[in-house]
Write a protein that binds this ligand. Structure first.
Ligand SMILES: N=c1c2ncn([C@@H]3O[C@H](COP(=O)(O)OP(=O)(O)OP(=O)(O)O)[C@@H](O)[C@H]3O)c2ncn1[C@@H]1O[C@H](COP(=O)(O)O)[C@@H](O)[C@H]1O
Length: 108
Protein backbone atom coordinates (compact mmCIF):
# COMPACT_ATOMS: atom_id res chain seq x y z
CA UNK A 1 0.00 0.00 0.00
CA UNK A 2 2.67 2.53 1.02
CA UNK A 3 4.59 2.59 -2.28
CA UNK A 4 1.28 2.72 -4.19
CA UNK A 5 0.57 6.11 -2.61
CA UNK A 6 4.11 7.25 -3.44
CA UNK A 7 3.58 6.23 -7.06
CA UNK A 8 0.18 7.93 -7.19
CA UNK A 9 1.49 11.18 -5.73
CA UNK A 10 4.54 11.00 -8.02
CA UNK A 11 2.27 10.65 -11.05
CA UNK A 12 0.14 13.63 -9.99
CA UNK A 13 3.28 15.71 -9.48
CA UNK A 14 4.51 14.77 -12.96
CA UNK A 15 1.11 15.70 -14.38
CA UNK A 16 1.47 19.22 -12.96
CA UNK A 17 4.42 20.09 -15.23
CA UNK A 18 3.23 22.97 -17.39
CA UNK A 19 -0.03 23.29 -15.40
CA UNK A 20 -1.46 26.65 -14.30
CA UNK A 21 0.38 27.83 -11.17
CA UNK A 22 -2.76 29.61 -9.96
CA UNK A 23 -4.62 26.31 -9.72
CA UNK A 24 -1.92 24.00 -8.40
CA UNK A 25 0.65 24.24 -5.60
CA UNK A 26 2.96 21.83 -7.44
CA UNK A 27 2.68 23.78 -10.69
CA UNK A 28 3.51 26.95 -8.71
CA UNK A 29 6.68 25.28 -7.40
CA UNK A 30 7.71 24.14 -10.89
CA UNK A 31 6.99 27.65 -12.21
CA UNK A 32 9.18 29.20 -9.48
CA UNK A 33 11.99 26.78 -10.34
CA UNK A 34 14.53 24.53 -8.64
CA UNK A 35 15.73 27.01 -6.01
CA UNK A 36 12.17 27.43 -4.71
CA UNK A 37 11.67 23.65 -4.61
CA UNK A 38 14.96 23.14 -2.78
CA UNK A 39 14.10 25.94 -0.34
CA UNK A 40 10.96 24.03 0.61
CA UNK A 41 12.88 20.75 0.97
CA UNK A 42 15.28 22.52 3.33
CA UNK A 43 12.44 24.15 5.29
CA UNK A 44 10.59 20.85 5.69
CA UNK A 45 13.78 19.07 6.78
CA UNK A 46 14.30 21.73 9.44
CA UNK A 47 10.66 21.48 10.55
CA UNK A 48 11.07 17.70 10.81
CA UNK A 49 14.10 18.16 13.06
CA UNK A 50 12.21 20.66 15.20
CA UNK A 51 9.19 18.36 15.50
CA UNK A 52 11.47 15.50 16.54
CA UNK A 53 13.24 17.68 19.11
CA UNK A 54 9.78 18.51 20.50
CA UNK A 55 9.14 14.77 20.82
CA UNK A 56 5.75 15.13 19.13
CA UNK A 57 5.07 11.94 17.10
CA UNK A 58 2.06 13.33 15.24
CA UNK A 59 3.97 16.44 14.26
CA UNK A 60 6.96 14.33 13.20
CA UNK A 61 4.69 12.31 10.88
CA UNK A 62 3.17 15.53 9.48
CA UNK A 63 6.55 17.14 8.81
CA UNK A 64 8.11 13.98 7.34
CA UNK A 65 5.11 13.81 4.98
CA UNK A 66 5.84 17.42 3.96
CA UNK A 67 9.53 16.53 3.50
CA UNK A 68 8.81 13.41 1.43
CA UNK A 69 6.30 15.32 -0.69
CA UNK A 70 8.67 18.19 -1.47
CA UNK A 71 11.45 15.66 -2.11
CA UNK A 72 9.15 14.04 -4.71
CA UNK A 73 8.75 17.44 -6.38
CA UNK A 74 12.55 17.84 -6.43
CA UNK A 75 12.88 14.34 -7.97
CA UNK A 76 10.31 15.24 -10.64
CA UNK A 77 12.28 18.38 -11.52
CA UNK A 78 15.02 15.99 -12.67
CA UNK A 79 12.58 13.65 -14.42
CA UNK A 80 12.94 11.13 -11.59
CA UNK A 81 10.18 9.20 -9.80
CA UNK A 82 9.62 7.74 -6.33
CA UNK A 83 10.13 4.30 -7.89
CA UNK A 84 13.74 5.30 -8.63
CA UNK A 85 14.39 5.86 -4.93
CA UNK A 86 12.51 2.71 -3.92
CA UNK A 87 14.71 0.74 -6.35
CA UNK A 88 17.81 2.21 -4.73
CA UNK A 89 16.56 1.30 -1.25
CA UNK A 90 15.84 -2.23 -2.53
CA UNK A 91 19.38 -2.41 -3.95
CA UNK A 92 20.72 -1.53 -0.49
CA UNK A 93 18.41 -3.97 1.32
CA UNK A 94 20.22 -6.35 3.62
CA UNK A 95 23.60 -4.62 3.35
CA UNK A 96 24.60 -3.27 6.73
CA UNK A 97 25.35 0.42 6.76
CA UNK A 98 28.61 -0.36 8.55
CA UNK A 99 29.65 -2.86 5.83
CA UNK A 100 28.61 -0.44 3.08
CA UNK A 101 30.64 2.35 4.68
CA UNK A 102 33.69 0.07 5.00
CA UNK A 103 33.32 -1.08 1.36
CA UNK A 104 33.88 2.51 0.33
CA UNK A 105 37.29 2.34 1.95
CA UNK A 106 36.23 4.07 5.16
CA UNK A 107 37.70 3.05 8.48
CA UNK A 108 35.17 1.28 10.76
N1 LIG B 1 1.02 15.75 -0.60
C1 LIG B 1 0.85 16.99 -0.92
C2 LIG B 1 1.27 18.05 -0.05
N2 LIG B 1 1.86 18.04 1.19
C3 LIG B 1 2.04 19.34 1.54
N3 LIG B 1 1.56 20.15 0.56
C4 LIG B 1 1.53 21.62 0.54
O1 LIG B 1 2.81 22.11 0.78
C5 LIG B 1 2.64 23.42 1.29
C6 LIG B 1 3.56 23.59 2.47
O2 LIG B 1 3.85 24.98 2.50
P1 LIG B 1 3.77 25.79 3.89
O3 LIG B 1 4.43 27.10 3.68
O4 LIG B 1 2.38 25.77 4.37
O5 LIG B 1 4.68 24.97 4.80
P2 LIG B 1 4.24 24.27 6.13
O6 LIG B 1 5.49 23.63 6.65
O7 LIG B 1 3.06 23.37 5.93
O8 LIG B 1 3.70 25.48 7.05
P3 LIG B 1 4.64 26.29 8.00
O9 LIG B 1 4.96 25.34 9.15
O10 LIG B 1 5.85 26.68 7.21
O11 LIG B 1 3.79 27.46 8.42
C7 LIG B 1 1.18 23.60 1.72
O12 LIG B 1 0.51 24.40 0.78
C8 LIG B 1 0.67 22.18 1.67
O13 LIG B 1 -0.70 22.09 1.34
C9 LIG B 1 1.09 19.38 -0.43
N4 LIG B 1 0.51 19.72 -1.62
C10 LIG B 1 0.12 18.71 -2.45
N5 LIG B 1 0.29 17.37 -2.13
C11 LIG B 1 -0.09 16.34 -3.11
O14 LIG B 1 0.11 16.84 -4.42
C12 LIG B 1 -1.12 16.74 -5.17
C13 LIG B 1 -1.20 17.89 -6.16
O15 LIG B 1 -1.34 19.11 -5.46
P4 LIG B 1 -1.72 20.43 -6.33
O16 LIG B 1 -0.65 20.56 -7.36
O17 LIG B 1 -1.75 21.58 -5.35
O18 LIG B 1 -3.07 20.12 -6.95
C14 LIG B 1 -2.21 16.72 -4.11
O19 LIG B 1 -3.38 16.07 -4.60
C15 LIG B 1 -1.55 15.89 -3.00
O20 LIG B 1 -1.64 14.51 -3.30
Amino acid sequence: MSDDILSRVGAVIESRKGADPSTSYVAKLFDKGLDAILKKVGEEATETVMAAKDGDPKKVVYEVADLWFHSLVALAHFGLKPEDVLAELARREGLSGLAEFAQRGNAP
